[in-house]
Design a protein around this ligand. Structure first.
Ligand code: FES
Ligand SMILES: [Fe+2]
Length: 388
């Protein structure tokens, strides 16, 4: 993001902080409690997810040709590689023989030997080794291979589609936000690993916790609220995506500083909500990524939390410091946000009340739910059309 844009956002944030207000939606909004609990909505959400481009990580996770990483997306294990020509490929991490997983974690390997019976594949997915070949007259070495999934790198991130042969047009998906996301460079910063939360909350409820800072003063009184303002957000939407600016407590100090001397990025956290299930949080020191997936029932979800750092983590003490920051952020989400909304999910499932209210001061929350509902309506309309 260029300085002019940062200064402009800081000006807007400073005005909100000074006026003790926040960007406001046109009105209150209500959603049905069953959006979080019904099997019907869960199936629609799952179908929506399967049809959407999937941001699965940072390009820095595949830094060099020969690098690989594995990802679990909607319960499906995916192997990503960077091949010798520099391109990114993705495959179902499923052996052609008896479906063992070929690889775990990440690293460097040009060949993947199945741990079960040693069938071997190269990093373009081609089967290159088949012990006891006479047992498999129906399998052809150098011709058969892993199931390939559409994959690309874009705006600093790794993207896949879960349908083999599907179109993966990430430029169209991100629209005008692509350049801005790329400009932060967080996808090229050093990755710090993945932490997984498998929790008894609907996936949308998990995402809701990132969509407003109205709760900071209560839920994060002793953590985030010590550094960031509550109920004070700059909101902008970009089609189905949106951006929130959470001003830090020190932003009011800028009142006494001429704009040309501002270091604006030190006064805010930038949060992106990417449709349908991605949250990115950008600060000067952290590029956090939350990938939130529906679980195997409406009341369960999986959050994969990643972080990247611009610091040089070849220095052990720097790496340890970056990991400590990551752990702190993760523990806050796990122990403050998710722990609280677990009990909220139980209330929703009890049927005690049939709806939830999103305030004018929660425009991000409103935007998420309105775009999800629209996408599901469109999918239903398209399905009805193709059935006639
Ligand atoms: S399952 Fe992979 S070689 Fe048998
Ligand atoms: Fe929170």
């Amino acid at each position: 993001m260029d300085r002019d844009q940062l200064v402009d956002l800081t000006r807007r944030a400073l005005k909100l902080a000074r006026d003790k207000t926040t960007d406001l939606a046109a009105g209150q909004h209500t959603v049905d409690a069953r959006d979080y609990t019904s099997l019907e909505r869960h199936l629609s959400d799952t179908a929506l997810m399967l049809a959407s481009p999937q941001l699965v990580g940072y390009v820095s996770e595949l830094a060099e040709p020969g690098a690989y990483c594995t990802k679990t997306v909607m319960g499906r294990s995916v192997l990503l590689t960077r091949t010798s020509d520099g391109s990114v490929k993705a495959f179902d991490n499923v052996c052609l023989h008896r479906q063992s997983q070929l690889a775990t974690g990440c690293g460097t390997a040009k060949r993947f030997t199945c741990p079960y019976h040693a069938w071997t594949y190269d990093n373009t997915g081609t089967l290159v080794g088949l012990p006891g070949r006479e047992g498999f007259p129906g399998v052809t070495v150098k011709s058969d291979g892993l199931t390939e999934l559409p994959a690309t790198e874009f705006a600093g991130f790794l993207w896949i589609a879960l349908e083999p042969g599907a179109t993966l047009d990430v430029a169209a998906h991100l629209g005008p936000l692509a350049e801005e996301l790329d400009s932060w460079g967080i996808g090229r910063w050093s990755p710090l690993g993945e932490k997984v939360l498998d929790v008894p909350i609907n996936w949308k409820l998990a995402i809701d916790t990132f969509a407003e800072n109205y709760h900071f003063a209560t839920v994060h009184r002793d953590t985030f609220a010590t550094i960031a303002r509550s109920n004070c957000t700059v909101f902008d939407s970009y089609g189905p995506h949106h951006r929130l600016i959470f001003p830090l407590n020190g932003i009011l100090d800028l009142d006494d500083v001429p704009e040309e001397r501002w270091d604006p990025f030190r006064s805010m956290v930038v949060i992106y909500a990417l449709f349908p299930n991605i949250v990115l949080s950008v600060t000067i020191a952290n590029g956090e990524l939350f990938r939130v997936y529906p679980g195997n029932e409406p009341g369960r979800s999986i959050t994969v939390h990643q972080n990247s750092t611009p610091l040089d983590i070849s220095d052990e003490s720097v790496a340890a410091g970056a990991q400590a920051v990551f752990e702190y952020a993760h523990a806050t989400v796990r122990d403050e946000d998710y722990r609280l909304v677990e009990r909220l999910q139980a209330n929703l499932e009890s049927g005690a009340r049939d709806h939830l209210v999103f305030g004018r001061n929660e425009p991000g929350l409103q935007h998420r739910h309105i775009t999800w509902a629209q996408a599901i309506e469109e999918a239903v309309a398209t399905a009805a059309l193709s059935a006639t």
